[in-house]
Unconditional design. Structure first.
Length: 280
């Protein structure tokens, strides 16, 4: 099968922290993987002390554009589609009130652009976001909402008729940080007498609650490159920070998968616990 995957993300760096190993996995298998990014990430903090310099601050949008290009190449994306909106920042911030912020963009206009990309790329599988209950960033919440709407609208030729011939993707998944995954990795660190960075994440999720997981994609052979892609976002990622505090060997030994929840489908999703395309 000519496999095609389209991932939709809110900001540069999200593509390297959510489902990155999975994209490499399918790219390695010959799938065409394409990326849609809603904003330029202008409001993201500079979290790498080595990059917190005046010339970086003054040119942050351009630098994050370059970082995205570098990361996408590592991940195996064939093309990047930028919707061109500005990072909305957090609720009640000045950035959140800007007219060019993604959160304030007119819905039909955004959907028109998204549907045109879906019809051009004709993916069987799309990646969006879950409802981000525990990280309510306006741009992430909007990607969740609009990816669902675009998934259905792309198949309706009466919606956005100038966007190309209708196309019906089979499945829309969201990468999730399941409590099971977090607890497993947390315990694996403690069992090795290592300090775990995951305690604060687990504190966000009430005991007994978890994200539903429908597919676990193996990433033991792709984890290292996924981390390289994240490091390419040098302004947003501290190379000594949170994302790299769990050694790769611990991840591969304890939980060598990325978790996905099926948000929408036209075929029921099938019974393929380790393949987003299984049964298509």
């Amino acid at each position: 099968m000519d496999r095609r995957l389209l991932a939709i993300h809110a900001h540069p760096d999200d593509e390297s922290s959510k489902g990155a190993g999975t994209v490499i996995h399918y790219s390695d298998l010959g799938a065409r993987c394409t990326l849609m990014v809603a904003t330029g990430g202008e409001e993201g903090d500079i979290l790498n002390p080595a990059m917190d310099r005046p010339e970086v601050v003054e040119n942050l949008a351009a630098i994050r554009h370059q970082e995205l290009e570098a990361a996408a190449a590592i991940l195996g994306y064939s093309k990047i589609y930028r919707l061109g909106y500005r990072d909305s920042g957090m609720p009640d911030s000045e950035a959140n009130q800007r007219l060019d912020a993604f959160t304030n963009a007119e819905e039909e206009s955004v959907l028109d652009a998204m549907v045109a990309v879906i019809r051009r790329e004709r993916p069987q599988v799309m990646l969006g976001y879950d409802d981000h209950e525990y990280y309510p960033h306006p741009d992430h919440i909007r990607v969740h909402d609009l990816a669902l709407k675009a998934f259905w609208a792309a198949a309706d030729q009466e919606r956005f008729p100038d966007g190309g011939p209708a196309w019906a993707p089979a499945r829309l998944y969201a990468p999730v940080f399941s409590r099971r995954r977090l607890e497993t990795l947390h315990q694996a660190m403690l069992d090795r007498d290592l300090e775990s960075p995951l305690a604060r994440w687990l504190d966000r999720i009430p005991e007994g609650e978890d994200s539903p997981v429908d597919v676990r994609v193996p990433i033991e052979s792709t984890l290292s490159r996924a981390r390289d892609a994240l490091r390419a976002h040098a302004t947003q990622v501290d190379p000594d920070g949170f994302w790299f505090q769990i050694p790769e060997a611990v991840v591969v030994d304890a939980y060598p998968w990325e978790d996905f929840h099926l948000l929408a489908s036209r075929d029921g999703g099938g019974e393929h616990p380790h393949d987003l395309f299984g049964g298509i």
